[in-house]
Each structure stands twice: as structure tokens, then as C-alpha cells.
Design a protein around this ligand. Structure first.
Ligand code: DAH
Length: 342
């Protein structure tokens, strides 16, 4: 081989080698290029080295110099590429077309939130405003102003979570009735959603924190007729054309007091597991606001009368979806939420 032929061959190997190393897309390609160029057995560099033997002695130094140059450059180019391809997969993972698609989960409102929002919408249409109050309350707002006698069993520590340094976690949303009456002059029509707390075990039918919705209407000339008409309209809107019934009851802050049941929507009143065989579902407590409550809040009970109600939206969600255990409402388990998401 003449020196010229040798140098031309060296140039070709250098050009091909740099292109192969710099263009290697992954570790496999780089290794294949290394074997083809720098491999000990059949690599082109090895062949180039062997070719030196056939060069006339006088040209050997020039040929040897060029050989060393090409080998050094290609070794460096290979070395530089090793790190760059290390992070890449050997070959892209093929899509497995037999895999089931990922389930879509868009998220949904909590069933109790939905009930609260539906109830709010019904009462907004009836002219009610949404009001709120503090969850940490004084004994006076939670009990005293609501006409609880001091020895009433509900005031007992068994039902109430007392706070250090006085105060308590409200056991119902009724104290917001008093706060509203103190702050605004009649006519008043407010709906009061909120969280309340009781010292209860967390079991299938009790939770230490749960939702209530309170309603209050105070004006001149308000009577029990207004209470019944409004609550019947509400029941019709929320439960369809269900019948209602009012049963006499007792609350310290209302007189007279009544509980309202709606006919069970699952069995139509014939009795089933949801209504525990009675045909009726208890929805709320209500009554005419006790004059002592109006007076405690600074409202003239000779001039004004009113009615109020309180209900648990969780119980409505439970009977609506036939949920067997109240704790499910607190778990945030998407397998449950997904079943009743709308
Ligand atoms: N505060 C009552 C409770 O927690 C519910 C209630 C009953 C509220 C009658 C009212 C009402 O406003 O009139 O059990």
C-alpha cells in the first residue's frame, strides 16, 4: 500500500468513525460502532494498524503518526458518547396493545356537599340568604340563649366537646340563629349550613363531626302555617312528590316543636330496609321560635314571631344512596365516591 492510499483509508475510517459515534442513538448502537471501529478482532482501526506493515520503511513514520491520530480521535469520540447514551433506553418500549386502558376518574362532589347545595338552591329560591357562624362557641350561644335549662342533659359533658379555657365546639347550628337575630333586624330568612361536633364514638351511625343545616324565618305575623308550607315545598323539591307528616316533638328553643318525616322514596311508604319498615324517613326538627330565644337575642317577641328547623344532610345522603355505614362518608375512598358520582 502506498502512503497516499494509506492516508486516504485513514481519512475514511476517521470520517465514518466520528459519524458513527456521534450519531449513536443509544447504548446498543454505540457498542456496535465500537466493535466495528475499535474492536480488537475485526475493527477497522485494527486493520489500519496492520496495514502499517505494508508501508515502505521511509513512509512508516508519517503513516504511523496519522494512524495514532485517528485512533486517539475515535477513542475520544467513543468515550464522549458513552455518558450521553447511558440514560436512554436501549430501544423504545413497544406499546402493549393488549393492556386495558387506564380508567378515567374525573372527580366528583361529595354526596353530602351535593345534598347541601341542593337544599341551599331550594331555599334561595324561597328568599333565604346563606349565613354562617363560628364552630368554637360560648356556652351561652350554644345553650343559654337557646333556652336550655342549666341542667338539661344535652349540656352534659357526654354530648359536648368543651374547649380549654371555656367555650365549646358547637353541638348544633342553632347558635347562629341567635347571632343572626342580634345582628340583623327582621324580616329574617336565613339558611345556615355548617359543621357541628358531638362527643360521640365514630361508629356506623355516629360521627363526632357532621353537617347540619339550620333554617330561620322571623317577621311580623309568622305562624305555623308558614313553617308547614315552606317545609312541604322544600320536601317536594328535594324528594319529589313525597308526602310529609309532622309529629309533635320537643326542643328547648321552639314551642310548639315538630319533627318532619317524608314518605320513603325507596318503597313508596310500604316499608323497607331504608325506612326500617316504617314507610317514613325522619328529615328534620322544627318549631316556632321560643319567645325566650327572641328575647335573648334582643328581638321583641310581642311584635315578632318566627319558625326554625334543623336537619342533617348526611342522613339525607345516606338514605338517598342507601349507604350502610356513615363512616364511608368520611373515608374519601374513590371506589365508593365513583359509584355515586353524577
Ligand atoms: N338543633 C337541633 C339539633 O341539633 C335541631 C333543631 C331542631 C334545630 C329544631 C331547629 C329546630 O332550629 O327548630 O338536634
Amino acid at each position: 500500500m502506498t502512503l497516499q492510499e494509506y492516508l486516504a483509508e485513514a481519512d475514511a475510517i476517521e470520517r465514518d468513525g466520528l459519524a458513527a459515534f456521534n450519531g449513536a442513538a443509544n447504548a446498543d448502537a454505540l457498542e456496535a460502532a465500537r466493535i466495528a471501529l475499535l474492536g480488537d478482532r475485526q475493527g477497522r482501526i485494527k486493520a489500519l494498524q496492520e496495514g502499517l506493515r505494508s508501508i515502505p520503511s521511509a513512509d512508516k513514520p508519517a503513516a504511523g503518526k496519522r494512524f495514532n491520530e485517528v485512533r486517539t480521535r475515535l477513542t475520544a469520540a467513543h468515550g464522549a458518547r458513552v455518558g450521553a447514551v447511558a440514560a436512554r433506553p436501549a430501544s423504545p418500549a413497544p406499546d402493549d396493545l393488549s393492556l386495558p386502558p387506564r380508567r378515567r376518574w374525573h372527580g366528583a362532589k361529595h354526596p353530602v356537599t351535593r345534598v347541601v347545595e341542593e337544599i341551599e338552591a331550594v331555599f334561595r329560591e324561597l328568599g333565604f340568604t346563606i349565613a354562617q357562624g363560628p364552630e368554637a362557641e360560648s356556652e351561652w350561644y350554644n345553650f343559654g340563649a337557646l333556652n336550655f335549662p342549666p341542667n338539661h342533659p344535652a349540656v352534659d359533658a357526654h354530648d359536648t366537646l368543651y374547649l380549654e379555657g371555656g367555650g365549646l365546639l358547637r353541638t348544633h347550628t342553632s347558635p347562629v340563629q341567635v347571632r343572626t337575630l342580634q345582628r340583623y333586624a327582621p324580616p329574617i330568612r336565613v339558611l345556615i349550613p355548617g359543621t357541628v361536633y358531638r362527643r360521640d364514638f365514630f361508629d356506623a351511625s355516629h360521627a363526632p363531626a357532621f353537617h347540619q343545616i339550620e333554617g330561620l324565618c322571623v317577621d311580623e305575623g309568622i305562624s305555623f302555617v308558614d313553617l308547614k308550607a315552606t317545609l312541604n315545598r322544600f320536601a317536594e323539591r328535594l324528594f319529589g312528590a313525597a308526602r310529609t307528616r309532622f309529629r309533635p316533638s320537643y326542643f328547648p328553643f321552639t314551642e310548639p316543636s315538630a319533627e318532619m318525616d317524608v314518605q320513603c322514596g325507596v318503597c313508596g311508604g310500604s316499608g323497607c330496609a331504608v325506612c326500617k319498615g316504617t314507610g317514613w324517613i325522619e328529615i328534620l326538627g322544627s318549631g316556632m321560635v321560643h319567645p325566650a330565644v327572641l328575647e335573648a337575642a334582643g328581638v321583641d317577641s310581642e311584635r315578632y314571631t318566627g319558625w326554625a328547623f334543623g336537619m342533617g344532610p348526611s342522613r339525607i345522603a345516606i338514605s338517598r344512596h342507601a349507604i350502610p355505614d356513615i363512616r364511608i362518608l368520611y373515608d374519601s375512598d374513590v371506589r365508593f365516591l365513583e359509584q355515586i358520582a353524577e
